[in-house]
Design a binder for this molecule. Structure first.
Ligand code: NAP
Length: 290
């Protein structure tokens, strides 16, 4: 089976590359060789070979910057995705498209089901939702979308690596305590994507690691685990604060736990608790630093 992976240089794309099963022939087309702002480059990339699947792990992911770069975020997260879906339809290619918990308002206080009402609060969320809608409109029942949340990996920029750097540099940290989600190791998600391809999944699906946490809880866990692994040498106070005390250009969901029950039922895959996954990722990070 031939799979074209878009966004291979990102966190998830990198994990997909290194977890790719032996029986899959993976092709990557990296940015800027493929540029989602250029129709021609997307067409050239897709027409390069006869692919069975395209995994779209590319995206405009700078949530705050997107508020000032609406047009670019829309081109990458919505218009390019619409074009990709059309190319997949015309060439009989299956598309796996990655989306986000930011399509929800986040005031629900119970886990979001895939068909719950979407109400994005940010440019990023709105453009990702527009991408989802294009995929569903064009591919119908063949659309395969996975919404996920709070991704991190040893590769790329993310909360875990930023926290470890700040914990090393600073004497204390303040972290938001009133936004709750599920930290998710991109490597775990990559394995789930490969398993989904092997079992031909369809529809809108939710996947994160198990459990939930606030950013503050996540930061506390990162410090504890990093100290235990020798990634940090001193403990610093971490102080919980409210979102109002840490204003950002983009509004984020207060509560964006994704309900995975239907996907678990369909696939039989069991999520691992986020804290266990965090420990595994940090062990990999130790290996990278040594
Ligand atoms: N990160 C999260 O917490 C999170 C949460 C929920 C959902 N998601 C979704 O999961 C997917 C993967 O996220 P991630 O964290 O792996 O993202 P990431 O690390 O930011 O990687 C994004 C990828 O998109 C590529 N890209 C950016 N602009 C492009 C353009 N104009 N043309 C072509 N490619 C372009 C990047 O290439 P360059 O590196 O060369 O720019 C990179 O390979 C995205 O769809 C994202 O919306 C992420």
């Amino acid at each position: 089976m031939k799979v074209l992976l878009l966004g291979a240089t990102g966190q998830l794309g990198w994990e997909l590359t290194r977890t790719c099963p032996a029986d899959i022939e993976i092709h990557t087309c990296d940015h800027p060789k493929v540029d989602f702002t250029s129709t021609l480059s997307i067409r050239n990339c897709v027409n390069r070979d006869r692919f069975d699947y395209i995994i779209n792990a590319a995206g405009y992911t700078a949530v705050d910057k997107a508020e000032a770069e609406k047009g670019l975020a829309r081109q990458i997260n919505a218009e390019a995705v619409e074009l990709l879906a059309g190319l997949c339809k015309n060439n009989n290619i299956k598309l796996v498209h990655i989306s986000t918990d930011f399509v929800f308002k986040g005031t629900h206080y119970k886990p979001y089901l895939p068909d719950d009402i979407t109400e994005p609060q940010s440019v990023y969320g709105r453009t990702k939702l527009a991408g989802e809608k294009a995929v569903r409109r064009i591919l119908g029942k063949d659309a395969f979308i996975i919404r996920t949340a709070w991704l991190y990996s040893v590769h790329g920029h993310n909360f875990v690596k930023t926290m470890i750097r700040l914990m090393d540099e600073k004497d204390q940290l303040t972290v938001v305590d009133d936004q709750v989600g599920t930290p998710t190791w991109a490597k775990g998600l990559a394995n789930v994507i490969w398993a989904s391809i092997a079992t031909c999944q369809q529809g809108i699906n939710h996947w994160t690691d198990a459990g939930s946490a606030s950013w503050y809880d996540f930061a506390v866990a990162i410090q504890e685990e990093a100290l235990a692994l020798g990634l940090l040498s001193k403990e610093i106070p971490i102080i919980p604060i409210n979102t109002d005390d840490y204003p950002t250009p983009a509004k984020r969901p207060y509560y964006s736990i994704l309900d995975k029950r239907y996907f678990l039922k369909k696939t039989g895959i069991r999520p691992v608790h986020w804290r266990k996954q965090l420990r595994k990722m940090l062990k990999e990070l130790v290996g990278e630093i040594i």
